[in-house]
Design a protein around this ligand. Structure first.
Ligand SMILES: [Mg+2]
Length: 177
């Protein structure tokens, strides 16, 4: 059962631990927000999220941190139908769902141009290590999720983001005036 309020409260607590937070959090869909490939089931199925996904999304919204989607699903119509059925579609400031040969670099270019948020202010969760490697290279803090998005992955992501943020801050301070 989804215990949305409990997860939201815990996620807010976790966010309180870090001084530097991302401005935008980007999520993959299949096996990150929900436990299936959305090209397999049909539009008429009733989809479900991983148990912590909704609470984490609500906590980010509560903190006024934007959320976006970067998905290579070959069936964007099914993906968007599911987002709608799950009543979360309106939460996302950018929804990039299209198949591509790249490891989501073109998804991130579109998200950047739509939101204006620089890569080093983004945090990204995905279950595919190829995407994680590639998107890390362009400067986005990227976290591999192994069993879907959960509070543990969320905390790890914020911790890594905070470390990366602190590092760039220190670099700035080191620069001569
Ligand atoms: Mg996936």
């Amino acid at each position: 059962m989804e215990d949305v309020e409990r997860v939201k409260a815990e996620a807010l607590q976790v966010m309180g631990l870090f001084q530097v937070l991302p401005r935008l959090v980007v999520f993959d869909l299949d096996y990150t927000l929900w436990p299936f490939y959305c090209e397999c089931p049909s539009k008429n199925d009733t989809p479900s999220l991983f148990p912590h996904s909704r609470g984490i999304l609500h906590a980010l919204k509560h903190q006024r941190i934007d959320v976006a989607i970067a998905s290579k699903s070959p069936t964007p119509d099914i993906a968007t139908t599911y987002l709608h059925k799950l009543s979360i579609r309106s939460m996302f400031v950018a929804e990039e769902i299209f198949y591509s040969w790249t490891h989501k670099t073109d998804h991130f270019q579109k998200i950047l141009s739509k939101t204006g948020v620089p890569y080093n202010s983004m945090l990204f969760f995905d279950d595919d290590d190829n995407n994680i490697q590639q998107i890390s290279k362009i400067g986005v803090t990227s976290i591999l999720v192994r069993n879907g998005l959960d509070l543990e992955a969320f905390r790890n992501g914020l911790a890594k983001f905070s470390q990366n943020g602190n590092r760039s801050k220190k670099n700035k301070q080191k620069r001569p005036n």
